[in-house]
Design a protein around this ligand. Structure first.
Ligand code: SF4
Ligand code: SF4
Length: 461
């Protein structure tokens, strides 16, 4: 049995203000009896330091929403309401609840629990219109997370052979291509926004600890980062290959940005990079209309890894949001299907990114046909960033983040991935899948709302 993969979370509070869902307000009819100080075990209620006869303002940050103080106040003086900051953050995709949940997971690495029963809608858009078949959850021997059965989240990156060829003397004739094994089906991708070098360094250190990689513009790889090159994927355009020769030489994997010329000259570009280094090559392709044809052509021409990047809400790029724009899940399904039809699906690795905001999105993207995913915004949210679904601003990093020591930022990213790892294991266990490699394209384990809706009601309406 392979060595079990463990992530080590550690409670790591971030001393920065964040949004909270509810605000507690103490009304004028409070008689300062102090009962709320006794009933709240989280010490959200305290007496004023300046005048202990009076109560201080409630500390909403530590409140766990149990409602006990509200029920037990003899005067009904306490009130809980949705906070305005909560309502104005996020949007229809990056829901404020999601931001708070990511922030909490980064705090301690615990799996979020939403309380007694799920009260939300049963379907929505994007990944929310997809349900996973958890029928194995009742199997008595299911114990993947707690030790007896091993569930592997490892993934291989690289080109694989369709079949092996042996000679008459039973010697293997096929040349088996190199692959790189990572322990989580998640790569880190540096967001396009300007980040401080301490955040980037934290991403690199977390990726090293987690045995994964950070995709990073080659121009940003200074001497400080070069010592971590084993876990960095330098990213550059085809025109910059010569410029970044030295970095390419040292890297295990490199990422080149797709352009139209690359589609025609992929063999030449691959050859040019192979002359510099034995690094695996990722081709980073924007998820525009008809991207499946581009991906299929690249795969037929020998691409080993294709990275499909949609926008931050998982939408197809360059298309108006709405009926014509596809979500990442549909784009990946279509690419997977095309590669299966062309009999080359097993040979190429597909990375999906954009709109991956929860652990369940990783599993769902893989069920749709991705081998693995890449993430950027969840890591930033774990550091206190807010998302706004507005044209001019979508990622706002908190003031004061630059002063937070790198080890704290690193540990929070590790915590977040620990919580995601546990959730991915939970989903895989409940689906009866023991290896993350087997999730890829396993759409029989998923139910797509649009499809059953059409099957059930399509003929009537
Ligand atoms: S229990 Fe109610 S009345 Fe008593 S101090 Fe708290 S808020 Fe005021
Ligand atoms: S709702 Fe519960 S956790 Fe929040 S302040 Fe009141 S007693 Fe404390």
């Amino acid at each position: 049995m392979p060595k079990k993969y463990h992530i080590h979370p550690k409670a790591t509070p971030l001393d920065l203000e964040y949004i909270f869902k509810f605000k507690i307000v103490r009304g004028e009819n409070c008689i300062n009896c102090g009962k709320c100080t006794k009933v709240c075990i989280y010490q959200a209620h305290k007496r004023s330091e300046a005048d202990p006869r009076k109560m201080a303002d409630p500390n909403t940050v530590v409140c766990k929403n149990c409602f006990r103080c509200i029920q037990e106040c003899p005067r009904g003086a306490l009130e809980k309401s949705l906070d305005k900051g909560f309502l104005s953050t996020g949007g229809s995709y990056w829901k404020p609840d999601m931001l708070i949940s990511l922030m909490k997971q980064a705090e301690d690495g615990n799996v979020p629990v939403s309380g007694a029963g799920y009260r939300g809608p049963f379907t929505g858009t994007g990944f929310d219109s997809m349900w996973t078949d958890m029928s194995e959850i009742v199997r008595p021997t299911r114990d993947g997370i707690h030790g007896r059965e091993y569930i592997s989240t490892s993934i291989d990156l690289g080109r694989k052979l369709n079949h092996l060829v042996f000679g008459a003397d039973r010697q293997l004739i096929s040349k088996v291509p190199d692959t790189v094994d990572i322990s989580l089906p998640i790569l880190f991708d540096i967001p396009a926004e300007k980040l401080s070098s301490s955040i980037k360094l934290a991403m690199v250190k977390a990726a090293t600890e987690l045995n994964t990689f950070v995709i990073m513009p080659a121009a940003d790889i200074t001497a400080d980062f070069e010592k971590h090159i084993d876990n960095i994927i330098p990213r550059f355009s085809t025109a910059e290959i010569d410029l970044h020769k030295e970095i390419i030489k040292k890297a295990r994997i490199v990422s080149v940005e797709y352009d139209d010329a690359l589609l025609k000259n992929i063999a030449i570009i691959r050859e040019k990079i192979k002359k510099i280094s034995h690094a695996l090559l990722i081709i980073r392709v924007p998820a525009v209309k008809d991207v499946e044809f581009t991906a299929a052509k690249l795969a037929r021409d020998g691409a080993e890894i294709i990275h499909i990047t949609s926008d931050y809400c998982g939408q197809e790029l360059n298309s108006p949001t709405g009926s014509g724009s596809r979500h990442l899940k549909d784009i990946i399904r279509s690419i997977h299907q095309r590669l299966v039809e062309d009999h080359i699906r097993d040979e190429v690795t597909i990375i999906a990114s954009g709109g991956i905001g929860l652990a369940e999105h990783v599993t769902k993207a893989m069920l749709c046909g991705a081998d693995l995913t890449a993430i950027d915004l969840p890591l930033m949210i774990g550091l206190g960033a807010r998302i706004y679904e507005e044209r001019e601003k979508y990622l706002v990093l908190p003031e004061g983040l630059a002063k937070i020591p790198t080890p704290i930022l690193t540990q929070r990213m590790i915590n977040l991935m620990s919580a995601w790892h546990s959730q991915i294991l939970e989903m895989m266990g409940a689906m009866g899948i023991r290896e993350a490699r087997r999730l890829r394209g396993e759409s029989g384990r998923a139910i797509f709302f649009e499809e059953i809706d059409k099957d059930t009601f399509g003929k009537l309406f």
